[in-house]
Structures are given as structure tokens and as C-alpha cells.
Write a protein that binds this ligand. Structure first.
Ligand code: ZN
Length: 250
């Protein structure tokens, strides 16, 4: 066996989640983060938006690694679709018809959980990678305990969030754009927010950069051409409400 030793100590890593077939938001985020050593994604690559193949092409070309979300599982035929609301279900049925075989193969290969450097990646939560929304310190506590690496990364809520575990106490850490969060304190569960369908009232794409030299996690918000994505969604026949919500970030 050949052991490949990776020196993570000086790396800058872009962490993205919930791109949801929004390639213009993804392109804006990738341009904003600039040159990074790795791109990690936390699932829900597809669903809702008009460009699933283009999003997967970009991420595959960039060598992004990550995990499967509930929408990715549904897109490749999973019964997760049975739990979707009517708009999400209509968009998923469109996605299933639209995606190319290469996209299906890439999504099918995604694991539920992945470890890189000192981080565990999941979509929902460490305890329930497919479905759990971690939105409270109470929910975060058991999940932070279940992480076996130093820190955890999750998505699914479409809201940038962070929780810490200090001894037995879990607390919400404000996901402030400046100065971000230190990676040298207590264990963190870090959520980058959503690239392609933010739900915190800010319509700009959300992402997180891990600067392992500075030992910081830094959130960013990035404007993109929402109007063009909305008209692409309408002409594709995707539910209008899914297009409209992009204007409000909700
Ligand atoms: Zn999602």
C-alpha cells in the first residue's frame, strides 16, 4: 500500500453546500474565492435550479470532493423524493428527466459522509446525514459529540450557522463575515450556507473558506445574476415560486 501524506497546514479550502443546480451562483462563488487548494461540497448539488449538468461539470473539473444530499439521492432515483413538498417534487421530476448519464454517475458515487484533514463532512447532520436540520444548540450538542474528527461541516439548512461544543455545553457561534471563527478553540460544526438558494433573507450566494494556515473559518456573501437564473427556470418550466424565492433569499 502507498501512503500519501497530505500537508494540510497551509491550505485554503472553499466549502460550499446546497448549490441546487444554480451554475451562475456557483461561478460567482468560485470566482470570489479565487485560487484554493481544494473545494469541498456538502451535498444538494442538484434540485430546484435549471443547470444540474453544468454544476456537476464545474465541480468535477475542479476536482471537488464531498457528500450526497437528499436532493442528490432523489435525483438518481432514491425514494427521498416521496418526502418532498410539491414544488421540490416537481423540480426533482424535471431534474430526473434533464440530467445526463455522467451527472447520474457522479452523483451516485458521492458518499454520505467523508473525512478530510481534521473535518467530517455531512449534508444534514453527523447523526442523520440525509435529513436532520441542525438549527439549535440542543440539536447541535449530540451531533458535535458524534463527530470523531476535530470539527464537523454540514449544510442542508441553507443558512450559514456555526455551533461549538465546550465540555458539555453547546452554543451557537455567530457566523459573522468578519472575523469568522477560530479553528483552534472548541469543536465546531460549521455550515457554509447555500450557494444556490439562500434562506436567511440575504439573496447573495453564501460560502465558507477554511484558512488552515491562519486557523480561521471565514464566511462570504457573493452577488450573482439572479434575474438570468430566474428566467432560465421559467423557460425550463420549473415552478415559479422556486424562481421567485431567489430574489428574497428565502
Ligand atoms: Zn438543500
Amino acid at each position: 500500500m502507498i501512503w500519501r501524506l497530505v500537508d494540510w497546514s497551509s491550505m485554503r479550502i472553499a466549502v460550499i453546500s446546497d448549490v441546487h443546480s444554480n451554475v451562475l451562483a456557483l461561478d460567482a462563488v468560485l470566482a470570489h474565492v479565487g485560487s484554493v487548494d481544494a473545494i469541498w461540497h456538502l451535498g444538494d448539488i442538484v434540485g430546484y435550479g435549471p443547470d444540474p449538468d453544468a454544476v456537476v461539470d464545474r465541480l468535477a473539473a475542479a476536482g471537488a470532493v464531498g457528500v450526497r444530499g437528499n436532493h442528490d439521492a432523489a435525483a438518481v432515483g432514491g425514494d427521498e423524493i416521496d418526502w418532498f413538498n410539491p414544488d421540490a417534487r416537481a423540480a426533482m421530476e424535471w431534474t430526473r428527466r434533464a440530467i445526463a448519464p455522467a451527472t447520474i454517475a457522479w452523483l451516485t458515487a458521492l458518499p454520505q459522509r467523508r473525512e478530510e484533514a481534521e473535518f467530517t463532512m455531512v449534508h444534514g447532520s453527523p447523526l442523520d446525514p440525509t435529513w436532520e436540520y441542525v438549527t439549535t444548540a440542543a440539536a447541535a450538542r449530540d451531533n458535535l459529540r458524534a463527530v470523531t474528527t476535530t470539527h464537523g461541516l454540514n449544510g442542508h439548512t441553507h443558512v450559514p450557522l456555526a455551533f461549538s461544543l465546550d465540555g458539555d455545553r453547546a452554543a451557537q457561534v455567530a457566523p459573522s463575515l468578519e472575523p469568522g471563527a477560530t479553528l483552534d478553540g472548541p469543536r465546531l460544526l460549521l455550515n457554509p450556507g447555500s450557494v444556490g438558494q439562500p434562506r436567511d433573507g440575504d439573496p447573495r450566494a453564501s460560502c465558507l473558506v477554511l484558512d488552515l494556515a491562519a486557523r480561521r473559518a471565514q464566511w462570504s456573501r457573493v452577488p450573482y445574476d439572479i434575474d438570468t437564473v430566474q428566467s432560465r427556470m421559467r423557460s425550463a418550466g420549473l415552478p415559479h415560486r422556486l424562481a421567485e424565492r431567489l430574489s428574497y433569499g428565502f
